[in-house]
Design a binder for this molecule. Sequence first.
Ligand SMILES: NC(=O)c1ccc[n+]([C@@H]2O[C@H](COP(=O)([O-])OP(=O)(O)OC[C@H]3O[C@@H](n4cnc5c(N)ncnc54)[C@H](OP(=O)(O)O)[C@@H]3O)[C@@H](O)[C@H]2O)c1
Length: 261
Amino acid sequence: MTDYKNPKHIVITGATGEIGGALALEYAAPSVRLTLTGRNEARLREISELCRKKGAEVSFKIIDVHDTELLRCWIRDLMAQDPADLLISGAGQNTQIGEDLSMEPYGDAVSLVKTNLLANLALIDAAVPEMRRRKSGQIAIIASLAAYYGLVYTPTYCATKAALKSYGTSLRTLLDPEGVGVSVIFPGYVDSPMCRAMPGPKPFLMKADRAARIIRKGLSKNRARISFPFPLNLGIWFLSIFPYWLANPLARIFGYGRNGR
Ligand SMILES: NC(=O)c1ccc[n+]([C@@H]2O[C@H](COP(=O)([O-])OP(=O)(O)OC[C@H]3O[C@@H](n4cnc5c(N)ncnc54)[C@H](OP(=O)(O)O)[C@@H]3O)[C@@H](O)[C@H]2O)c1
């Protein structure tokens, strides 16, 4: 049975990022094992050391999630040897339309689909069989509130996050009755390099440590969806259910119009 309140072994992809790093630090404690991944070795070492100082046992692995074969082999081996109680899939990237309203660079859009979508599928697909066999484990997929409405600046980012929303919801229905939790996380704006690089307004911007606390609380309750902050969540949820002729002008009023930058 999954102990959602006290996961003992937590695996985090994107642990070198603001949110992933904040989550590692949030969970770091004596009697907790953390397995962290990312590409930036210096940052991996740094965050590992900080987590060790909080008493956690930490190991890390450098992986480019575009290498889905390596990613799958690694998580399969890990699950066989030291199964994750909680797998947080947090690696992500962004791209955007041009200042001149040109389309996103196609190569960047393809790379983004690999990072934000295909890598998640590869990782989770390889981790699930062992969780199912053990009837225990939890998967946290970091999507975004951008999953709810296609924002003009970031078409491919929004598309991948919408796909994760559906994928996670499907898996939740499939796996929850077998004792395997699946939660999709929908942050609003969290201060990070990726967020800073994004054009457009960033209402209710929050720090990563606060986001990590909210995520942990939601995961401890095995919530299907963890969305925050509330006002932004409510606003984008309305955009998602309103007809386009109403949603589009409303989005423009809040600075998400074609010429709103
Ligand atoms: N910040 C926000 O406002 C916000 C809002 C909603 C959702 N999110 C989501 O939250 C997640 C974390 O974002 P963040 O804000 O913490 O951004 P961040 O600080 O820029 O971190 C991005 C993370 O993704 C990793 N990554 C990117 N491409 C990778 C690749 N090919 N292989 C392996 N790792 C890769 C980076 O690893 P390296 O640096 O080691 O390459 C880094 O750990 C993302 O999925 C993002 O979409 C963020």
